[in-house]
Design a protein around this ligand. Structure first.
Ligand SMILES: Cc1cc2nc3c(=O)[nH]c(=O)nc-3n(C[C@H](O)[C@H](O)[C@H](O)COP(=O)(O)O)c2cc1C
Ligand code: SF4
Length: 594
C-alpha cells in the first residue's frame, strides 16, 4: 500500500484524460494503489472532475467492490446456493475464526476483510472465493487452514500454491461454437468481401437471437443501430452475474478472439469506431488474457486503424471494469456504469440503446456468447447454424450446469434439447432430482413433471444457468438464498423492488422459522404479482419468479412449515407452461422490441 499523495491521484485522473465518464475506472486505479478510496482522493476527484463529493460517494457506495477503508487481503466468498450446498458457510466461518475477523468488518490491524459476493461465476468449482481479485477454487478445510497461515505469515499471494487458483473450463459437450476451428480474421474478411446489408441478411438467415436473456434478434438490433444517426458504439456485455452461469467466463478465458471478432464485424456493420468490453469485477483476473488478445489483433491489423488495409475501417476496443453490481448486467444500467455513474437502469425504453445508448449515441449491447456466435456464423455460413435447433430457436446454446450431477460444466446443446436429456448428459440421478433451477435466480424452477420440456425460446427460455437439486436438498435453502440475493442486488431506485424484495425475504424467513400461516403465503403471492407488474426494470419484474414458481409447483414445501391452516394449491402443468411462455424474462424491454 502506498502513502497518500494527491499528485498520484492527479496523475491517475490525467491518465484517463480527466474525463468524468471514466470515474469507475479511475476509482479502480486508486483502489489498486491504496487498497481503498481515501478521503483525500475523493476531494481531489471532486475538484478535478468538477463533480460533487456526494456524487462520487454515491458512485463508490453503489458498487460492492469499492472500499473506503484499507486492507491487505480482501476476501469475497461466493454466496451462490451451489456454494452453500458444498459447505461455503462452514468454510467461511472457519476462516473468520482462524483469522479472528468478523464478517464485513476489517480486522483491527487493518489487514483482512471477509465478505460475501453474490455469485463469482464458479459454480463448477464450488466452494470458491476471490482473494484480492483472484479466484481460489474447490475450497476445503485443508485449504482454508493453509490460506489462514499464509495470510498470518504475510506470505505474498503471488507465491501461494498455483493449484489453489486453478480454473478449468469443464467443457463437456461441444458443437458449432466450441467444437469447430475458427481462423482469426475469417469473419472480418467475409464481412469485408460483401456489403453490410448482406452481413445482416446472413445473420437474419441464421436467426441468431441474443444469448443474454431477452433473445432479441441480432440482425434487427444491428440494423436499427446502423440506421440511427450519430456516433455509433459497440459494447460487449461481459457482466455475467446470473447465479449459476459461467459460460461467458469460459468464452472470455479460452475463446476471446471469437467475441472480439464478433464485435469487430458488428462495428463494421453499424459504423462504430469505438467499442467497450464491460467486464464484471469478479472476472477481473481474465483482463490480462483479454488485453493480450486485443494487442495481438492490433498487431495482426485485425483491430485498430485501417483494419486489413481498409482506409474506411478503423475500430478499437477498451476494457471497462464493473465493480460488483448484478444490475449492471441490464443494458441501460451497464451504460450508466460505462459512463462512470451509479448503475441505475434508465427509464423504460423507448428510446432504446440502439438509438440512444452510450453518451446518448446509437449503441449495440450484445452478450459475449451472441458476439461469438455472430463471428462463427459469418465464418461458416448460416446454413451450418440453422441445420440445428427448432423452428424458432436455431443453432446451439451454451449451458452452464452445476449442482447435483456427476459432470458439471459447459454443454453446447442444440436448441430443443429436453431437460431430461440434459440431466442424462451430465449424469444426474434423474429419479432423485427434485428440481432444476433454469436461468438463475431470476429464472424458472422446474419440477420433475416438466423434465420433458425443451430448452428453446418457444418453451423454456434460458440464459444458460442450469442448477440441479437432488431430493436430499431442502429447496427452502435455495429460496432463502435467492431472497437474500435480490435484497442485496436490488438497486433501490424504485419502491416495488426495493421494498418487495425485503418483504419477501422476511416472509421466507417466517416460513423457515415455522411461523407463517396460509395468509402469509397469499401475501407473498400478492407481493410477487405487484413486483412483476410495477417494477421499473427487469430485475424487479423477475425477482419474485422463484416465489411464484415454488408456491405453485412445490406447495408441500411451504405447507410442511405452516404454523396452522393448510395450503391446498396443486401443481397445474398447463398453467405453469402458459405462465413461463409469457414474458417473464428479466429483460422485458429488449424482449418487447423483439
Ligand atoms: C437484471 C438483469 C441482468 C442482466 N444481466 C446480463 C448479463 O449478465 N449478461 C448479459 O449479456 N445480459 C444481461 N442482461 C440482459 C441485457 O440487458 C441485454 O439484454 C443483453 O446484454 C443484450 O445482449 P444480447 O442481445 O446479445 O442478448 C441482464 C438483464 C437484466 C434485466
Ligand atoms: S426494479 Fe429493482 S433493480 Fe430495477 S430500478 Fe427498481 S429497484 Fe432498481
Amino acid at each position: 500500500m502506498s502513502t497518500l499523495d494527491p499528485a498520484e491521484i492527479h496523475a491517475i485522473i490525467q491518465e484517463y484524460g480527466g474525463n468524468a465518464t471514466q470515474l469507475v475506472q479511475i476509482l479502480w486505479k486508486i483502489q489498486d494503489k491504496y487498497t481503498y478510496i481515501p478521503d483525500m482522493a475523493l476531494t481531489t476527484l471532486a475538484q478535478t472532475l468538477n463533480l460533487s463529493p456526494t456524487h462520487i460517494e454515491g458512485v463508490i457506495s453503489f458498487y460492492s467492490f469499492f472500499n473506503r477503508t484499507p486492507r491487505e487481503y480482501d476476501i469475497f466468498f461466493s454466496d451462490n446456493i451451489i456454494e452453500h450446498m458444498n459447505g461455503k458457510t462452514h468454510l467461511m466461518t472457519l476462516l473468520m475464526q482462524k483469522l479472528g475477523v468478523e464478517k464485513d468488518k476489517v480486522r483491527e490491524d487493518g489487514r483482512v476483510c471477509i465478505r460475501d459476493a453474490a455469485c463469482i461465476g464458479m459454480a463448477d468449482h464450488p466452494p470458491a472465493a476471490l482473494i484480492n481479485g483472484l479466484p481460489v477454487t474447490h475450497l476445503d478445510e485443508a485449504k482454508i487452514n493453509q490460506i489462514a497461515m499464509w495470510i498470518e505469515a504475510q506470505h505474498p499471494i503471488s507465491e501461494w500454491d498455483s493449484d489453489y487458483f486453478q480454473v478449468d473450463n469443464h467443457i463437456q459437450k461441444t458443437n458449432i461454437l466450441l467444437g469447430l476451428d475458427f481462423e482469426n480474421g475469417s469473419a472480418i474478411k467475409a464481412a469485408m468481401n460483401t456489403t453490410a446489408e448482406k452481413v445482416i441478411a446472413e445473420l437474419t438467415a441464421a436467426n441468431l437471437r441474443g444469448c443474454g436473456g431477452a433473445g432479441f434478434k441480432l440482425a434487427s438490433k444491428w440494423l436499427l443501430c446502423r440506421n440511427a444517426p450519430g456516433e455509433h458504439y459497440m459494447v460487449c456485455n461481459a457482466d455475467e452475474g446470473e447465479p449459476g452461469t459461467f459460460k461467458d467466463r469460459v468464452l472470455l478465458q479460452s475463446y476471446p478472439d471469437l467475441m472480439i471478432e464478433g464485435m469487430t464485424v458488428g462495428a463494421r456493420v453499424i459504423g462504430a469506431k469505438k467499442g467497450f468490453i464491460y467486464l464484471r469485477a469478479e472476472y477481473r483476473y481474465l483482463r490480462p488474457i483479454l488485453e493480450a488478445a486485443l494487442q495481438k489483433r492490433r498487431e495482426q491489423n485485425l483491430l485498430g486503424d485501417h483494419i486489413l488495409g481498409d482506409a474506411d475501417f478503423s475500430f478499437d476496443i477498451e476494457i471497462h471494469l464493473g465493480a460488483g453490481a448484478y444490475i449492471c448486467g441490464a443494458e441501460t444500467a451497464l451504460l450508466e456504469s460505462l459512463e462512470g455513474k451509479r448503475g441505475v437502469p434508465r427509464k423504460r425504453p423507448p428510446p432504446f440503446p440502439v438509438s440512444e445508448g452510450y453518451l446518448q449515441q446509437p449503441t449495440v449491447v450484445n452478450n459475449v456468447e451472441t458476439l461469438s456466435f455472430a463471428a462463427k456464423i459469418l465464418a461458416l455460413g448460416a446454413q451450418r447454424f440453422i441445420a440445428l435447433g427448432t423452428a424458432q430457436s436455431k443453432g446451439t446454446k451454451l449451458i452452464s450446469v452445476s449442482g447435483d450431477c456427476a459432470k458439471p460444466g459447459i454443454y453446447e446443446i442444440p436448441f430443443g434439447t429436453t431437460v431430461r436429456k440434459m440431466l442424462e448428459w451430465c449424469e444426474a440421478d434423474i429419479d432423485n432430482v427434485q428440481a432444476v433451477q433454469n436461468s438463475g435466480a431470476a429464472g424458472v424452477c422446474l419440477s420433475p413433471e416438466e423434465f420433458d420440456r425443451q430448452l428453446a425460446f418457444e418453451d423454456i427460455n434460458t440464459t444458460g444457468s442450469f442448477m440441479i437439486f437432488s431430493k436430499e436438498r431442502n429447496l427452502l435453502d435455495m429460496i432463502h438464498n435467492f431472497a437474500n440475493f435480490f435484497v442485496h442486488e436490488s438497486c433501490g431506485f424504485c419502491t416495488p423492488c426495493r421494498v418487495g424484495t425485503s418483504l419477501l425475504k422476511n416472509y421466507v424467513e417466517k416460513v423457515i422459522a415455522g411461523n407463517a400461516t396460509g395468509a402469509d403465503l397469499e401475501e407473498m403471492k400478492h407481493i410477487s404479482h405487484l413486483m412483476k407488474t410495477t417494477s421499473h426494470c427487469g430485475l424487479g419484474m423477475t425477482a419474485s419468479n422463484y416465489i411464484a414458481d415454488t408456491l405453485t409447483k412445490f406447495p408441500a414445501l411451504y405447507e410442511a412449515c405452516l404454523k396452522h391452516q393448510s395450503l391446498t394449491p396443486s401443481f397445474d402443468l398447463d398453467a405453469a407452461l402458459e405462465d413461463s411462455r409469457q414474458i417473464t424474462h428479466r429483460d422485458d424491454a429488449a424482449a418487447h422490441i423483439g
